[in-house]
Design a protein around this ligand. Sequence first.
Ligand code: PMP
Length: 290
Amino acid sequence: MPIVFLNGEFVDSEKAAVSVFDHGFLYGDGVFEGIRAYDGVVFKLDDHLKRLYNMAKALLLDIPYSKEEMADKVLETVRRNNLKDAYIRLVVSRGKGDLGLDPYKCSKPTVVIIADKITLYPDEMYQNGLKIITSTFRRNSIQTLDPQIKSLNYLNNILAKIEAVKAGYPEALLLNLEGYVAECTGDNVFIVSDGTLYTPPSAAGALGGITRATVIDIANKLGIPVVEKYFSLFNVYTADECFLTGTAAEAIPVTEVDKRVIGDGKPGEITKKIIEEFKNVRTLYGTKVY
Ligand code: PMP
């Protein structure tokens, strides 16, 4: 069983207990990060912590550690579990309060760090591509809960995931309220048309993904033009290539959307090049664990 970090202590995950009065549990009041370590290097840890602290700031949630202290705790959690490759989940909730939703009645935030493994999709899908559908649920609007905040309220995305899985698909694409493509349930989306890479801007309802930023850097390095712009399902259906990016999913090709075959139905050449390069750089930008 993994050893987890819980409020300053390292404990057996079986014994790690969070109060039922924790507002993360009662109200989804909190934020989280998903981070990967590759071969003993935590990928872009600083970027993940920057995003975490920014999200907490937006929610007026004071994380009780500095970023440096938190980085140490993340590294220590990976070490305690003797992992070189890991998926790390960092959760900060408002903490224990009463049954009302007033966050100012919560004494102190709860901080949890888990280092474990994750497999989102079978290998076969990384080789041959995902077939996905568009959800009838829309991505949260920036006028409500800003999709930039990875809050503990993922119900919008979970409803889309349920819809996809019930329909026999592993993943769903979400549109924003205006009907523009936003992202998938836990991944950013890219399309390739006539040699140019397109991805929706944050304002369209896409999380500022760290894998997304890495892919944009890779494309720049490879001389592939990248444009952040609003686009519709028409652009997806008629794209030459499509792929998704996310910490857990990494980079995975999409070969069918709503029964429309993308390109020739196989992972595209630019997609493959980017995925290949992603594998090369993922141990380069990070913090050493050991
Ligand atoms: N969108 C959503 C809704 C997500 O939950 C994630 C996963 N964090 C992503 C996109 C991808 O972001 P990242 O590459 O930073 O993991």
